[in-house]
Design a protein around this ligand. Sequence first.
Ligand SMILES: [Zn+2]
Length: 429
Amino acid sequence: MKITFTGAAREVTGSRHLLEINGQQILLDCGMAQGHRAEADAHNRNLPFDASKLAAVILSHAHIDHCGTLPVLVQNGFTGKIYATPATHDLTEYMLLDSAHIAQADADFWSKRHPNAEPIKPIYTQDDVSRTMSLFHDIEYDTPTDILFDIRLTFYDAGHVLGSAMIDLEFSEPSKDETRRFVFTGDLGRPGMPILRDPAKIEETDFLMIESTYGDRLHDHYDLVGEQLADIIKRTAARGGKVVIPSFALDVFEKHFECFDEEMKLIWLANKENPFGFGKLRYAKTVEESMAIDSSSMPSVVISASGMCESGRILHHLKATISHPKNTLLFVGYQAEGTLGGRLRDGAREAKIFGEMYPVKAEVIPLDAFSAHADYQEIENWMHGMKIKDSIFVVHGEEKSELALMNRFTEEKKAPHVFAPKEGESFDI
Ligand SMILES: [Zn+2]
């Protein structure tokens, strides 16, 4: 078996890992790189492998940095199957259609501003998305399935977002006549969070590829987060301002009861209605509705995508709110280096939105306790008692957090070999 790291190696976004098992090529995730525009764009449009030679793609979950460039594979001749859980399948369709829509809107906006220049081509279109969705093949959690010659795939709940899965591959080593196991955590969730189940336990594997978004950090206690959030909202409302929350907003929860934890199932059954539609929640579907929020002087909480403030309606809400001290910008999700969200979180005094600079006067608050990623202590707890017979690959973290987790695993002798691979690096294993 051979593994090549072609994304999310020493960085968080653009997850894309190429496996070759007994002559068959499989891609784990095909995500969009974000931040540092030109670099990310090159990563997203150009594939460092021949897509037509891929036998299959396995998708861990529907976040855009894991699924966002699947249509680029299809443009480049990929015709194999894309394996995912049913909830990930559903969510991915929304994510990719939205992404195609944003790409088209960006291209139109650019052409309007530069009428004499060569127009830019959107990375993919709604048609590319339809072709991509026709390749999906659903596999439920905990259901071992033979996907290719001598390769068996099982999804386990990763407890990260709706439908999120760890990818477990079993295959044989012909020369040794023994079975080997390769487990990829995808993005690893946290125990005890509401709505979703805790990440499933893995007892034993030969290879573990693990994410490290918070590989060098600990989250605040989740118990206190309700009070913290209430304080932030009350304080902002008292100033007559808005709380703007960039979010990796995913809906279609109602369709996937099977993904909920026991507590959530009980709440749902007791209420016999959608717990996400509580009294004061309003969905702003049209652009006009979103614009009405911006022009209203009523205090409110605005939850809007994209989560790292790179695209989508959040940019309009930021433009309308960021330069006034009565408002609050609240970060509840991870902000990658090089994204607008990352710069604001790190205290930028100015924000560039649609090509213009705006002074940052709003209160900016990061609240990590809501994070859907395990911190290093939660990763350690999840790995407790796990037997790793060969190697650990640490991926999906900024360089310092990947290295911190690698060093920790090495010191604790979690496996005979521990690596934090670099982009483009290959390992024969
Ligand atoms: Zn994720």
